[in-house]
Design a protein around this ligand. Structure first.
Ligand code: SF4
Length: 368
């Protein structure tokens, strides 16, 4: 797998999706027999994945099944929930205790792990030893927004690999620089992003937005840059990404990324049960059989625009944004998002376009 490759799998069944993804990537080709494999999900607190806060256990299940079928039996699920939450409770509520029992894999609460000091830029960071000692570390973050850093995905998920006192220090330092530094001293071999239904606004869930996809790659900075675009953000709006580039962790250059869609035919019209903020934003859209990857991008774009006061031109109700396969072949006026609406007068093509592309397009439309 090329370091500048971003691989995407669409679908509705997380376990099947990740098995399809791994069959494409073949990560075992870089592994010796008997290698120890660490799996680092995001279990920030004890809330189920449907809330938008935590990694779907079915994704981790798919990874376990894949590697066990290849003969790898030394797998460890490892995590430390945020300060104030109990990792053991998250293991239980999020389904990881049952998963570990069913497949005979180890479950490690990193709050109880030993730590080691790693030096970077003349400073020391305390890091849990288990993620450093495995032969192959797979990071399994959730794609979601964050109230302080705007984005939480690959790099920020590594904060679950440090002790609580270090997490507090990271917050005192404003998060960005220490997040980049941590990524520089804790190498990850493969990142698989859970973009099934990450949260619109906060790290702790409550406003899940269906996106129906998994993203994978070996450059966590590039993946985060792409993930940012799915939330309507430029990489430059997330300062820890450029800081990580300066430390040699990866690249933010999406122009040189190779995006591979493994199963584009799996983009299917979804049935959406939006709640809270996402439901409010959906009032700006006229949706007919939209795929979740497309519709989710629109919701994220609308959220960003609402935060910046850019939706005033849509408030008269005459400019509902059309999206979905139900608009295929339709001609005439109106604003359309996605290639399915290309018969309309004013359309952004792409299948699906990113939230960043949608935001830029709508800004132009509303300025005219
Ligand atoms: S453009 Fe149409 S087919 Fe493509 S993702 Fe959007 S709704 Fe689905």
């Amino acid at each position: 797998m090329l370091n500048n490759q971003i691989t995407i799998v669409y679908g509705e069944n997380p376990r099947e999706m990740v098995e399809t993804l791994l069959a494409q990537l073949k990560p075992e080709t870089a592994l010796r027999p008997g290698a120890t494999i660490g799996l680092k999900p995001n279990l920030v607190l004890d809330k189920p994945a449907a809330s938008g806060a935590t990694t779907h256990p079915e994704i981790v299940e798919g990874v376990i099944r894949y590697f066990q079928a290849k003969g790898y039996s030394d797998l460890i699920i490892m995590e430390s929930s945020w300060v104030g939450a109990q990792t053991e409770a998250a293991f239980q509520v999020c389904g990881y205790r049952d998963l570990a029992k069913q497949y005979g894999v180890k479950l490690l609460d990193l709050k109880k792990d030993r730590t080691i000091k790693k030096k970077v830029e003349g400073e020391e960071i305390a890091v849990c030893t288990a993620p450093l000692e495995v032969d192959f570390l797979i990071n399994l973050p959730v794609l979601k927004a964050h109230c302080q850093t705007l984005l939480t995905c690959a790099l920020k998920n590594l904060k679950g690999c440090i002790p609580d006192h270090e997490k507090r220090r990271f917050h005192r330092l404003g998060l960005h620089r220490p997040i980049a530094q941590l990524a520089a001293v804790l190498p990850v071999d493969l990142t698989i992003v859970d973009a099934i239904c990450g949260d619109l606004t906060f790290e702790e869930g409550g406003n899940p937005v269906p996106m129906g996809q998994l993203l994978a790659g070996t450059d966590p900075v590039l993946l985060d840059s792409y993930a940012a675009s799915l939330l309507g953000l430029a990489a430059a709006e997330v300062p820890y990404l450029d800081l990580a580039v300066n430390l040699g962790v990866g690249s933010t250059c999406l122009a040189s990324a190779v995006v591979v869609e493994v199963n584009p035919e799996a983009k299917k019209a979804g049935r959406f049960r939006l709640t809270g903020r996402a439901k409010t934003l959906a009032r700006y859209a006229e949706e007919r059989d939209a795929c979740s990857a497309c519709y989710g991008s629109l919701i994220h774009a609308l959220h960003r625009m609402a935060e910046d006061g850019e939706l005033a031109g849509l408030k008269d109700g005459n400019k509902k944004i059309k999206i979905g396969q139900g608009f295929r072949g339709e001609q005439g006026g109106g604003i359309g998002i996605g290639t399915c609406t290309r018969g309309l007068n004013n359309t952004l093509t792409g299948c699906p376009p990113t939230a960043r592309e949608i935001r830029t397009f709508l800004q132009q439309v509303l300025a005219d």
